[in-house]
Design a protein around this ligand. Structure first.
Ligand code: NOJ
Length: 735
């Protein structure tokens, strides 16, 4: 619709109808909605629904077409509704969780996955997805780390932009066929709750917020994200949905966001529980004055904004601004021309989980696995050797992340199925009844798929150990239930369940050739696992094609190439632990056991067990020294840093060569090092490749003591290598 026509339509709306645009109907008002938050008696009536601007978490081409048709018939101006839902890492075809996608260091791959998720969900009638979640994460106790792409602002920014492009396409003016609008969340700082406990208070300095946390959101906004979602948490003791400085000054003025700002589920109502509003009227006033356009899933706006305008506590101009933004989003999606957009039952039939989408899910999953340890080249497996597959996850279909709410677990490929299908000749044997050893594994699906086995847990354990003793090698598949990560899934311990550790111990006693494969949605404390097992492969929650991807990697049809997007802590007492931490006046330079009066623990090292960027391959790579084409850099110039990487092993492999920079001295303390670039290089045995990074003054900018975003002259160190502990270095001066 042309802008003039849109404005003319807008001019016809009454105040109540404009307020209606700001009301999002919770799912349970229509039969079959998928509740993703608390459902309470809310006193919403049919008059409210009649003018509602959007609806949450309802899916299905047929259903949404029906709801839309009825809604438009009832609406006084026949304005279509927006349908929004959480399409996080896939719709029906489920891709690996975002934390795992971070490990690919491959934004193009992530863009492709997001495009498939958009295509599938658009066919089911969805217009807006609540993704990407770009919250920076440093604390593995927080269950939502699974939904982030990790601890690095630079990598997160690239991934955030890739997801937005995948969902929305390249056209900044229209969100066209097979595309959905992206909603960046959760603004801001939601990834840093105190104690790793979901929804808890966030304490961040403004500098840390700006330096480390905002770049991810900024990248998504720069890529054109149509919506932003407020976060549940407080920042400087102000809940985001009431934070006018954060929303109006930072988000809109400084970051240049001009799209729709939606609250998180009931976040406006929760201003009462936060203790900054006495009632719903005050909550609505705070949120509207702060600039929140849509109230997700509660009647706080629809029941209170009119009275607030009439009493002068909220200006009508603010309602106009917000409602017009919602209409503009509908227009961008083409809903005035075609209110059903891409909803099509025929397309649902032909594209949901079609072969090419499954293929993309498999290929993505293969690239997310991180090989943490591989002594004596235990992996890859040889189809000729007898391999015992043991453990509660061998037969589990619950290997999609907690946010795969529209996926189909029954269609997930288990590891057993993957091995049988991908490596048909393999001499693989499978221990019976392993889910019984840890019934918690099927925590969600237990009712749905009761275990077929009739064994008791002790017999299952004994049988597993017996099988291990007769095999050449063992693949032991352990992990945490998928609902141990995700929303409201914080943990105080990061170890595997005791029953799994007992299995590991007993299996290792009878056969030392054990490879542990892990399914989990967060970094875990893997000290004991890594001591006991010869090989450890982190598989995360790989989604629909997890089992086939894993079989191909275990048997060497693909080499693992994933690099950790988040540090694996030494133990829970160390978190938050992240590679790009600040320096201290008393850094620990020696061994913690023999050092005193340094920033250290008495009982554990400072370093994580496996650092950010770490991951092995089936081959090995050697790095030459770093060479620079000049010793100093001036504004406007480019300095080139190069390194030679050689495949010194016997198999072809892909390495992610990483560039880190340290600012030796700044007007405020600077991180020990920061990721500034990476390149992927596939090399045949014996082959070498040259990698060159262009370094410019812009890459050296930060929030200085005066608050400016600028670089400061001085010395900088460059590190290039296979992970965040990269040793090869050189230095230059910025003049
Ligand atoms: C609450 C979650 O925090 C948010 O990420 C999600 O998009 C909404 N619920 C809607 O389900």
């Amino acid at each position: 619709m042309q802008q003039e026509k849109l404005l003319a339509l807008f001019g016809e709306l009454s105040l109540e109808e404009k307020i209606g645009e700001l009301f999002q109907v919770p799912p349970f008002f229509f039969d079959g909605g998928n509740a993703t938050g608390p459902a309470e008696e809310m006193g919403i009536c049919s008059e409210d629904i009649r003018v509602a601007g959007s609806c949450l978490s309802l899916i299905g081409a047929q259903k949404l077409a029906q709801v839309q048709k009825l809604h438009m018939e009832n609406h006084p101006h026949h304005i279509p509704m927006l349908f929004m839902a959480d399409i996080i890492n896939g719709y029906r075809t489920v891709f690996p969780i975002p934390l795992a996608q971070g490990c690919t260091f491959d934004p193009d791959m992530t863009e492709k996955c997001a495009a498939i998720a958009a295509r599938e969900s658009a066919a089911s009638g969805i217009h807006v997805t609540f993704s990407p979640m770009v919250d920076l994460v440093r604390d593995a106790r927080w269950g939502r780390v699974m939904e982030s792409t990790g601890e690095d602002p630079y990598l997160n920014g690239l991934m955030a932009a890739a997801m937005v492009r995948g969902y929305q396409g390249q056209d900044r003016e229209h969100i066209g066929r097979g595309k959905v609008a992206a909603c960046v969340k959760h603004f801001a700082g939601y990834g840093a709750p105190d104690g790793g406990r979901d929804y808890n208070t966030v304490e961040l300095s403004e500098r840390t917020l700006r330096q480390d946390y905002l770049p991810g959101y900024q990248a998504a906004i720069d890529a054109g994200a149509a919506l932003v979602m407020t976060s549940f948490n407080t920042l400087d003791r102000v809940p985001s949905s009431a934070n006018a400085w954060l929303m109006r000054q930072v988000l809109r003025k400084e970051m240049g966001f001009d799209g729709v700002l939606i609250s998180d589920w009931a976040a406006i109502q929760e201003l009462i529980a936060h203790g900054i509003a006495e009632d719903a009227l005050q909550a609505a006033s705070l949120a509207m004055n702060a600039g929140v356009d849509i109230d997700m899933a509660t009647p706080v706006y629809i029941k209170n904004l009119k009275a607030l305008v009439e009493s002068g506590r909220v200006s009508e101009a603010l309602i106009d601004e917000a409602a017009l933004r919602v209409l503009m989003l509908k227009n961008k999606l083409g809903l005035f021309e075609n209110p059903y957009k891409d909803a099509s039952e025929a397309d649902e039939q032909s594209i949901l989980m079609c072969e090419s989408h499954r293929e993309a899910a498999r290929s993505c999953a293969e690239k997310t696995f991180v090989l943490l340890k591989n002594e004596e080249a235990l992996l890859p497996l040889n189809p000729e050797e007898t391999v015992a597959f043991i453990g509660p996850y061998v037969d589990s279909r619950f290997i999609s992340g907690a946010w795969s709410i529209f996926g189909d677990d029954d269609s997930c490929v288990t590891l057993r199925e993957g091995v049988k299908c991908m490596v048909p000749g393999a001499r693989a044997v499978f221990a019976p009844g392993c889910t019984l050893i840890d019934p918690g594994v099927e925590i969600v699906g237990f009712q749905k798929n009761p275990p077929r086995e009739t064994l008791d847990p002790e017999t299952a354990l004994a049988e597993a150990v017996r099988l291990a003793s007769t095999a050449d090698k063992v693949v032991l598949v352990l992990g945490e239930p998928r609902d141990y990560s995700g929303e409201c899934a914080s943990r105080s311990e990061l170890t595997l369940p005791k029953c799994q550790m007992k299995l590991l111990e007993q299996v290792c006693e009878v056969n030392p050739k054990v490879c542990v494969v892990l399914f989990n949605g967060r970094p875990l404390d893997l000290r004991q696992v890594s001591e006991a097992a010869q090989a450890v492969l982190e598989a995360w929650l790989p989604g629909t094609e997890g089992g086939s991807a894993l079989a191909r990697v275990l048997y060497g049809l693909e080499s693992p190439s994933g690099k950790l997007s988040m540090s694996m802590p030494y133990c829970v007492g160390q978190v938050p632990v992240y590679y790009n931490h600040m320096r201290t006046g008393r850094p620990l330079l020696g061994d913690y056991r023999t050092t005193k009066f340094c920033s250290q623990y008495l009982d554990i090292p400072n370093e994580p067990l496996y650092p950010f960027g770490y991951g092995l391959s089936y081959t090995s790579f050697a790095y030459s020294g770093v060479t620079l084409d000049r010793a100093s850099l001036h504004k406007g110039e480019t300095l080139r840093a190069s390194i030679r990487v050689t495949n010194t092993g016997t198999r072809t492999g892909t390495e992610t060569v990483q560039l880190y920079i340290q600012d030796v001295a700044g007007s405020v303390t600077r991180p020990v090092r920061e990721l500034k670039g990476f390149r992927k290089l596939t090399l045949a045995p014996g082959e070498s490749g040259q990698v060159t990074f262009d370094i410019t003054e812009q890459m050296l900018r930060f929030y200085t003591i005066s608050g400016d975003y600028a670089s400061e002259p001085g010395t900088f160190r460059i590190f290039i290598g296979p992970d965040s502990r990269a040793e090869q270095q050189a230095q230059f001066t910025l003049t």
